[in-house]
Design a protein around this ligand. Structure first.
Ligand code: MG
Length: 402
């Protein structure tokens, strides 16, 4: 490993507590926040390995999973951090391979870091061998008070704004210098430049043209999303992408048979023939169940309710639909709406549409307004048109459960 990115993922995130116990796992522009950091490292093409400092075994497991998905070919070591930022950097430094020449320390709470910035900072380091940091100019007027000015009037000093810079990460170092700086550190520091400055070493800055804000409060999420939308032009990793909703499609057909009840969406029709099937052969419920299961990425109803299983003999298919919605919930999705079309030459469906919609709504826990149901004929064409059976199409939309 020539250049290691030391990624600090162990911040407590206490200000995010209401939103999540781990801000780096929060979805940001469709991916966990941490995935954006790894992607930037990967695309910089200058990072040859990463050391990831986490705060717990469970967090480490989740970060490992993300790193396998995002950057399977980037060597990654994992270690557990200390209680302070400094302790975490020390733990990370202990895990850095001895052959490492350069180290870039990055606070993963800045997930919008750009690969270009990482590359340019790396170039600056290799050109001069001086510790350097990504930074931006301070646009605000800064006052420094010796006492708390909110509890009494106080006299401030005003540093010249043109000399002020706000530090970001990454910060980049020759590996031996950073190791030595942290080994010798006597006072707590809030970034790593301060550790090498304590050795009397001058530092350089690279002005960051991109916003690189910290994810500190839930209110930062929309801002970070807008930053990523502005700067990130490549599509998200499909293995990690969590779309706002998913769509599933279902189709079913059953043939007519004598001496069977005709059940459609739980309504029994007064009709001389019914549909043949192991269950009650309710073609609409079957299509709806397949749409729901399909949207959740699950196998079809034949998998969950096989026609070889006596439990489902003459089963009420509204119940099978209810169970399918439950399977989707177990997979992490809830149903948003259903839209169905039944194709039947006979009987007349329209008079029962309201009752059918109500049954579908009850089985799926949806309001009736979220159920679409249309009936059509097959215009005398083919087997359906000759009333050999009834078919149904269904589309379902599911959203990830939050
Ligand atoms: Mg069926």
């Amino acid at each position: 490993m020539n250049t290691v990115a030391l990624l600090l993922a162990g911040g407590s995130g206490s200000r995010m507590a209401a939103a999540s116990d781990d801000k780096l796992l929060l979805p940001l522009a469709g991916q966990p926040a941490f995935a954006h950091v790894l992607t930037a490292c990967l695309r910089s093409r200058v990072i040859t390995g990463v050391v990831i400092v986490s705060r717990s075994a469970s967090q480490q497991q989740k970060l490992q999973q993300i790193s396998r998905e995002v950057s399977p070919d980037l060597p990654a070591r994992f270690t557990r951090g200390g209680t302070s930022r400094q302790g975490s950097v020390k733990a990370g430094l202990a895990a850095v391979p001895h052959s490492t020449r350069w180290i870039m320390v990055h606070d993963c709470a800045r997930p919008a870091v750009q690969s270009d910035s990482i590359r340019q900072l790396h170039q600056l380091l290799l050109r001069h061998h001086d510790p350097c940091s990504l930074a931006h100019r301070v646009p605000d007027t800064i006052r420094s008070f010796p006492t708390d000015p909110t509890s009494g009037a106080a006299t401030a000093t005003l540093p010249d704004r043109s000399t002020l810079w706000a530090m970001e990460t990454p910060q980049a170092f020759p590996a031996p210098l950073l190791q030595k700086a942290h080994a010798n550190l006597q006072q707590p520091v809030t970034d790593d430049l301060a550790a090498v400055e304590a050795l009397g070493h001058p530092v350089r800055l690279l002005e960051n043209p991109f916003p690189n804000p910290k994810l500190t409060r839930p209110a930062d999420l929309p801002y970070l999303e807008s930053v990523l939308a502005m700067t990130n032009t490549t599509p998200p990793n499909p293995a990690l992408y969590q779309p706002p909703f998913r769509v599933g499609f279902g189709y079913d057909v059953h043939r007519f048979a004598e001496n069977r009840p005709l059940v459609l969406a739980g309504v029994t029709f007064d009709h001389p023939r019914g549909l043949l099937g192991h269950s009650d052969a309710d073609v609409l419920c079957h299509a709806a169940a397949d749409a729901v299961l399909g949207a959740a990425g699950l196998p079809d109803i034949g998998h969950f309710f096989p026609n070889t299983d006596p439990r489902w003999k003459d089963a009420d298919s509204l119940h099978l639909l209810r169970l399918s919605v439950r399977h989707a919930a177990d997979a992490g999705y809830h149903l948003l709406n259903l839209d169905l079309t039944v194709i039947a030459e006979e009987p007349k469906i329209a008079p029962q549409l309201d009752a059918m919609k109500q049954n579908l709504a009850d089985a799926t826990n949806l309001p009736v307004s979220a159920i679409g149901l249309k009936a059509t004929t097959h215009e005398g064409i083919g087997a359906l048109g000759h009333a050999h059976g009834i078919a149904a199409h269904a589309v379902a939309a599911l959203a990830p459960q939050s």
